[in-house]
Design a protein around this ligand. Structure first.
Ligand code: PMV
Length: 317
C-alpha cells in the first residue's frame, strides 16, 4: 500500500572557484569554496504511476523529459538501480537558486541533491564515496571529463585546495571578510575559453606558461592569505589573477566593467571566477557595509544578480 504522505528532501549548494581557474588544467593548484548563498532542493513525494518531474524547464513524465535534461535522467536511473528499486510511484520537484551555466556548479548540485533525496526516500544510508560516484554519472554527461571538483564542492561544507590528479585537500577558511558574487547574465564559455588558452599555448608557449605558473603561485599565496586571515593580501592576489586571466584572453568587457566597479567601490580585490567570457565575477570586502555598497554598485552596473557571503564562519573538522 502506497503511503502518499511520504516525502523526503535532498539539498546541495553552489560553489565558487576563488583562485586557480584555467591554470588548474595545467597542473597548478586551485581553491574552491562551497557557496551556500545559492542552493538547490530536490523533494520526492509519493505519487502513483510513472515518475514525474517538476522543475523550471519541464513538468511531466520523467521518461519524456527534453534531451538537455538527460544528465538528470541518467543520475536518477543509476541511483534507482543502485537502490534496487523500480522507477515508478514518485514525483521529483526541483527548486534552485543556483544560476545555470555560470560556473557555480548547478549541474553537479542538482545531481547531489537528487541522489541524497532518493537515498533518503528509500531510507538507505549514503556514504560520501557513493554519493560522489553517482553525481559523476551526471557530470560525465554534462561536462565530458569532470575533475570531480564540482561534485565535491556542492556536496561539502569546506573549502578545497585542489591539484589535478591528487586528492582534494580540505582547509580552514577563517577570513574576516565578505565575498560578493555577481552574475553578468551571460552564459559562461568554459569550453571555448579552455580551448583558446590551449591555442595560445601552441602559438607562444613561454608567454602562456609564464602566465599559468603565475596563476599557480597566486593560488598558493591566496591559501596562505586565507589561513593567516590576511584579507588585504587576498584582495591584491585576486586583482593580479584577474589581470593575468585577462592577458590569457578569458575575460570580456562585461566582466572587466564589473571588476572595475567593485574596486572603485572599495573592494579589496576582484576577479572573474570559473571559465570566464561570461558567468560570474567575485569581489572581496573588508566589512558588511562595504559589501552592501559593492553589491549595490554591481547591480547598478548591470549585474543581473548578486550574493554576499561571510568568509569567517567555516570550521574544518
Ligand atoms: O566555469 P566552471 O566553474 O566550470 O570552471 C571552469 C574551471 C576551468 O579551470 C576553467 C576548467 C577546468 O576544467 O578546470
Amino acid at each position: 500500500m502506497l503511503n502518499i504522505s511520504q516525502s523526503t528532501t535532498g539539498t546541495a549548494n553552489g560553489k565558487i572557484i576563488l583562485m586557480g581557474e584555467h591554470s588548474v588544467v595545467y597542473g597548478e593548484p586551485a581553491i574552491a569554496i562551497p557557496f551556500p548563498a545559492t542552493h538547490i532542493q530536490v523533494t520526492i513525494t509519493a505519487v502513483e504511476g510513472p515518475v514525474q518531474l517538476d522543475c523550471v524547464y519541464y513538468q511531466g513524465n520523467l521518461a519524456s523529459a527534453p534531451t538537455h535534461l538527460e544528465n538528470l535522467m541518467a543520475v536518477v536511473e543509476s541511483t534507482m538501480s543502485e537502490l534496487k528499486q523500480e522507477l515508478k510511484d514518485f514525483k521529483l520537484t526541483i527548486k534552485s537558486t543556483i544560476p545555470v551555466e555560470r560556473g557555480m556548479g548547478s549541474s553537479a548540485a542538482v545531481a547531489i541533491a537528487m541522489v541524497r533525496a532518493l537515498f533518503a526516500y528509500f531510507s538507505t544510508p549514503l556514504p560520501d564515496n557513493q554519493l560522489l560516484a553517482l553525481a559523476n554519472v551526471s557530470e560525465t554527461i554534462a561536462h565530458g571529463n569532470p575533475s570531480g571538483l564540482d561534485a565535491a564542492m556542492t556536496s561539502g561544507r569546506h573549502p578545497l585546495y585542489y591539484i589535478k590528479g591528487k586528492p582534494f585537500v580540505p582547509f580552514h577558511l577563517s577570513l574576516s571578510a565578505y565575498l560578493i558574487v555577481a552574475d553578468t547574465g551571460l552564459k559562461g564559455q568554459t569550453r571555448d575559453a579552455v580551448a583558446s588558452i590551449a591555442q595560445l599555448n601552441r602559438e607562444n608557449q613561454d608567454k602562456t606558461m609564464n602566465a599559468i605558473h603565475q596563476l599557480g603561485d597566486l593560488a598558493k599565496q591566496a591559501k596562505l592569505a586565507i589561513e593567516s586571515n590576511l584579507p588585504v593580501l587576498l584582495g591584491s592576489v585576486m586583482d593580479t589573477a584577474h589581470e593575468t586571466l585577462s592577458f590569457l584572453g578569458v575575460s570580456n568587457e562585461t566582466l572587466n566593467h564589473l571588476v572595475r566597479t567593485a574596486r572603485l567601490n572599495g573592494a579589496l580585490g576582484a576577479k572573474l571566477t570559473g571559465g570566464g567570457r561570461g558567468g560570474c565575477m567575485i569581489a572581496l570586502a573588508a566589512d558588511k557595509d562595504t559589501a552592501a555598497r559593492i553589491s549595490a554598485a554591481l547591480s547598478d552596473a548591470g549585474a543581473v544578480n548578486t550574493w554576499t557571503h561571510p568568509l569567517g564562519d567555516d570550521k574544518v573538522e
